[in-house]
Design a protein around this ligand. Structure first.
Ligand SMILES: O=C(O)CCC(=O)C(=O)O
Ligand SMILES: [Fe+2]
Length: 330
C-alpha cells in the first residue's frame, strides 16, 4: 500500500492537511506551556549514594530526568545523529525499500502512522524503528545500509546504551531498597531488549494545530533519548506541560510503564508529547528498553504487603503491548 510520508507533505507548501489538525483541546496553541521550570538534571559523576537519591527522587516526582557526565562521547552522539539524518536525506524510493507494515506485524523499518478512519488524527512524524539488542533478535537486514557507517555507529551506541541501562537499573533498584540486580533480572537479565526509534519531524506549516507525538507514556521499562538541537519535547508535571530545554549531549531518561508497574507505583511513567516547528526539522533518537515478550511483569513481591497492596495486575509484556496498542484497560 502506498503511504504518504509526512516528509513529502512538508515539501508541498501550504496548509496543514486536515488529518493532522488536532481537536481544539489537544492543540499546542491552546494549552499553556511552562518554559522556565527546570527538569531534574543529574550528573552521573556524583558519589553513589547521592546518585541513588537523586535518580529515585526524579523518578518518583517526575518520571523524567536528564543525565550528564554519562561517559558517552559527544563525537559518538554526533555520528549517531549524522547517520540518522543522512538516512532521512536519501531519495524517497530508497527509503521506501525499508517500509514497515505494522498492520501485518512488521514493526521494524521506515514508518508513518496512517488514519484508520476519517475522524482519526495522525501525528506529524516519520520514523525508523529497529531492534538493537540482544544480537540474536537484531534483524540487521532491516537496518539502513546507507549511509554505510550506519551499522557500525549504531552498534557502538548500543554498547553504550547497555552500559547506561545497567547503571540506571541499579540506581533505581537501590532506590527501592533492593539489591542492585533486582530490576534488571525482572526485565529478562541479559535478554533485555533495546530498540532504536529515530523520530523525524519535518517543518510543519501550522505547528500550533498539530502534534509530533500525542500525549502518552512509553510502554517500555525505560527510554533513553537524545534529540537534535530543536526543542519540542514536553513533559507533564502537576497538571502542566513543561517544555524541556535542549542541553547538548545530555541523555533524556523517561521512566516507562514497566518500571512503574514493577515499583508498584513508587516510580512514575512520565506523560509526554512533542510539538513541531514551522521552520526547522526536529529529530530525536529514542532507545526503548523493554523485557522480552514472554516475561511477566507485576509489582515486585518485596514492595507489596497489607499496607501496600498491588496497584497493578501481573501480565506478560506481550499482553501489555497488545492491550496498549488496542487501547484496552490494563
Ligand atoms: O521526540 C521526542 O522528544 C519524543 C518522542 C517520543 O516520545 C517517543 O518516540 O516515544
Ligand atoms: Fe515517548
Amino acid at each position: 500500500m502506498k503511504v504518504t510520508r509526512v516528509q513529502a507533505l512538508a515539501n508541498e507548501q501550504g496548509k496543514l492537511p486536515t488529518q493532522f489538525i488536532r481537536p481544539a483541546h489537544e492543540r499546542p496553541g491552546n494549552s499553556e506551556v511552562i518554559e522556565g521550570v527546570q527538569v531534574p538534571v543529574i550528573s552521573l559523576s556524583q558519589p553513589h549514594d547521592v546518585l541513588v537519591k537523586e535518580v529515585s527522587r526524579a523518578s518518583s516526582e517526575w518520571g523524567f530526568f536528564l543525565f550528564t557526565d554519562h561517559g558517552i562521547s559527544s563525537s559518538l552522539i554526533q555520528r549517531l545523529q549524522e547517520v540518522g539524518q543522512q538516512f532521512f536525506g536519501l531519495p524517497q524510493e530508497e527509503k521506501e525499500s525499508y517500509a514497515n507494515d505494522p498492520s501485518s506485524g512488521k514493526f521494524e523499518g521506515y514508518g508513518t502512522k496512517m488514519t484508520k478512519n476519517q475522524d482519526e488524527t495522525v501525528e506529524w512524524i516519520d520514523y525508523f524503528f529497529h531492534i538493537m539488542s540482544p544480537p540474536s533478535k537484531a534483524n540487521y537486514d532491516m537496518w539502513p545500509k546507507n549511509p554505510p557507517p550506519y551499522r557500525e555507529v549504531t552498534e557502538e551506541y548500543n554498547k553504550e546504551m547497555l552500559r547506561v541501562t545497567d547503571e540506571v537499573l541499579k540506581l533505581l533498584s537501590e532506590g527501592l531498597g533492593l539489591e542492585e540486580k533486582a530490576l534488571k533480572s525482572c526485565l529478562g537479565g541479559e535478554e533485555i531488549e533495546l530498540e532504536m526509534k529515530i523520530n523525524m519531524y519535518p517543518p510543519c506549516p501550522q505547528p500550533e494545530l498539530a502534534l509530533g507525538v500525542e500525549p502518552h507514556t512509553d510502554m517500555s521499562a525505560l527510554t533513553i533519548l537524545v534529540p537534535n538541537e530543536v526543542p519540542g519535547l514536553q513533559v507533564r508535571k502537576d497538571g502542566n506541560w513543561i517544555a524541556v530545554k535542549y542541553l547538548p549531549n545530555a541523555l533524556f531518561v523517561n521512566i516507562g510503564d514497566q518500571i512503574e508497574v514493577l515499583s508498584n507505583g513508587k516510580y512514575k511513567a512520565v506523560l509526554h508529547r512533542s510539538v513541531v516547528n514551522k521552520e526547522r526539522m526536529r529529530m530525536s533518537w529514542a532507545v526503548f528498553i523493554a523485557p522480552p515478550h514472554d516475561v511477566s511483569i507485576g509489582p515486585l513481591p518485596e514492595l507489596v504487603d497489607d499496607q501496600n497492596p498491588a496497584k497493578y495486575s501481573t501480565k506478560t509484556f506481550a499482553e501489555y503491548r497488545y492491550r496498549k496498542f488496542n487501547k484496552l484497560p490494563q
